[in-house]
Ligand binder design. Structure first.
Ligand SMILES: Cc1ncc(COP(=O)(O)O)c(C=O)c1O
Length: 414
């Protein structure tokens, strides 16, 4: 099957919930992928902040081969002991916030959040879950109900009851709605899908204090921010926040579907047999891959690369903001979770299609935001090359016929 035939078959039969980029990706290596015609692309999406080590990394490939030769799925679906799970638990222990002493594995981020919400209700005997506007916690009916983006939720009549939403980065708003029926507050340390929104430095800490006062539990969703995406292993640990639950996914296994929920001892002690479970949870293959990925990130001090590439990237992005004030509204983010917000959707759709023609795959949020989330192993030369492709498109936007079609702009200091 060739490139065009693949596209034809998929367009015909695949039930897709989004508009696809017209690229049939056959293989990947590091930050690069190749389509079926052999065309090379740089990928600044890492599959939505998942492939932290890049594509086809040896640590992942070897773990899959070695573990699958031994065993892929546990007898009694996990209710036996498993060396690969034990290895993953030992590796995770090195980076988890110190108060989170027990871990349960899931197959995705949404499943981890679902488990946390469900267990928080059971443990507190309360119903209400407080979440934030523009948050994203998953697409199951439970996590969708906790998601604060109407564009994601409003079509699905009806949500789970007892979810309330407050503006992000607003402690007072949380204080007002916390009551003696609040089971938990669920929060992202930086809103990822919401458009990379970074709160005040003490936000998480204050929310944690408010939860404690109200007897409510705190669920920190590190599914997008975790595993060194923003620099530290987890923002929760970096800030010294004592969450009751911390949920993980995406980067944990570099592309193998996996997730986890870590809980404080006070929570673990209230969990009873049968409270939760799942056929594939903590399967040996996923555990082996995750252990290998996380071990590699720790050993190679991946945070150093994240910090240095991020620092140089931010200098360039802020330079764009100064040069193209009519086009660029804001630069946001930490580590390699960065966003360039443009003033108009037309600019971003133009940039996305032109960068694709020029061999760069980008992720767009809410029409106006380019989210830059490359592999954490991206080299500065690769990052620079991709940024140059974007800037050329921005410049062409100003100069080309497209510019005259969408209005007169001018550039300052260029
Ligand atoms: C913060 C956050 N929570 C939860 C999820 C859902 O994770 P998954 O797609 O693995 O179910 C996502 C996915 O984008 C996310 O960014």
């Amino acid at each position: 099957m060739g490139h065009n035939e693949t596209i034809a078959v998929e367009d015909d039969i695949h039930l897709s919930f989004g508009k696809k980029l017209p690229v049939s990706v056959e293989r990947g290596e590091g930050v690069k992928v190749w389509d079926e015609n052999g065309k090379e692309y740089l990928d600044f999406t890492s599959g939505w902040a998942v492939a932290g080590l890049g594509y086809s990394h040896k640590a992942i490939v070897d773990a899959i081969i070695n573990q699958s030769r031994k065993i892929i799925h546990n007898p009694n679906s996990g209710l036996t002991y498993s060396p690969s799970r034990a290895r993953l638990l030992s590796v995770l222990k090195k980076i988890l916030p110190s108060n989170l002493t027990k871990v349960f594995f899931t197959n995705s981020g949404a499943e981890a959040n679902d488990a946390a919400i469900k267990l928080a209700r059971k443990i507190t005997g309360r119903k209400k879950i407080i979440s934030t506007l523009m948050s994203f916690h998953g697409r199951t009916i439970g996590t969708l109900s906790a998601t604060g983006q109407t564009v994601q939720t409003e079509r699905f009549n009806v949500h789970m009851p007892f979810f309330e939403f407050v503006p992000f980065n607003d402690c007072e708003a949380i204080r007002k709605v916390l009551d003696d029926d609040t089971a938990a507050v669920i929060i992202e340390p930086i809103q990822g899908e919401g458009g990379v929104r970074v709160p005040e430095p003490d936000y998480l800490e204050i929310v944690s204090g408010l939860c404690k006062q109200a007897g409510a539990l705190l669920i920190v969703d590190e599914i997008q921010t975790g595993f060194f995406r923003t620099g530290p292993a987890f923002i929760t640990a970096e800030k010294g926040v004592s969450a009751d639950f911390m949920t993980m996914g995406k980067g944990i296994a570099g592309g193998f579907p996996f997730g986890a929920v870590a809980v404080a001892q006070s929570i673990a002690s209230k969990i009873e047999d049968g409270d939760h479970g799942g056929t594939y949870n903590g399967n040996p293959l996923g555990c082996a891959v995750a252990a290998s990925v996380v071990q590699y990130m720790i050993e190679k001090h991946i945070c150093i690369n994240v910090h240095s590439v991020s620092k140089s990237t931010k200098i360039i992005l802020h330079g764009w903001k100064k040069k193209y004030p009519e086009l660029i509204r804001e630069i946001r983010g930490e580590g390699l979770l960065l966003a360039v917000e443009f003033t108009k959707k037309e600019y971003v759709s133009y940039i996305q299609s032109k960068t694709l023609e020029n061999g760069l795959i980008l992720n767009i949020k809410h029409g106006t935001i380019i989210r830059l989330i490359p592999a954490l192993t991206v080299e500065w030369e690769e990052m620079f090359k991709g940024l140059k492709i974007i800037e050329n498109c921005i410049f062409n936007l100003l100069c080309s016929r497209v510019n005259s079609e969408i209005g007169v702009l001018h550039v300052t200091g260029a």
